[in-house]
Design a protein. Sequence first.
Length: 224
Amino acid sequence: MFTQSSFMEPSHDGIVTRHLFPHQADLLNMFERERHSLVVNTRQSGISTVLSLYAIGRAFANGDSVVITKPTERHAHQSLRRIRDLSELNCSDEISRSNRNSVQFESGGEVIVCRGSSNPVRGLPIDVLICDDFAFYDNQVEFFDNVYPVVHSRPESRPDCKMIICSVPNGVDKFYQLYMENNEFVSTRVSWDMIPGRDRGFRNNMINLIGDSAFRQQYEGSFV
């Protein structure tokens, strides 16, 4: 079983135990503490791993229905494979069923992964809604306007549905608006220098490869 400090995952060297970086542990605590969370993150910062671990933990420990949305079907399938691998390594005895769209646990909880559109989300029982790479959804405004009411239309027995939105910026859009103007969400940022092993040499090398503007967007979280 993984904890808030370590977990097992597959690698090229076989099964390894990973330890969470400080920013990853901080995000897990934030997700559990806040009802609505928004993260402006950097490329290759381990955010998807944190989201997967949080979803699995809520599903098998709390019996929650967790829905993760991704920009495309391909991203959704990749995410589900990751969740299935992590579940089998860290809580295999708790899995009751696994299919093409979800992993279900003995507790009655499940993790469902789908493309970020309103249709797959509407009608699903949701305790936690995680929107990953939100700034790259085809229609952020329509998606948000359709799913946000679902977050609040909970039965009296389970009123507090959580909503987590994470993304690298992609210009001035709905994600930018939520970050700048929506007081419902507690926001935080993950920048390139919070990742262990990244120093000025990493920054200079990446700027030489992709340019200053792309670096500011993808690694510093700038809405350029």
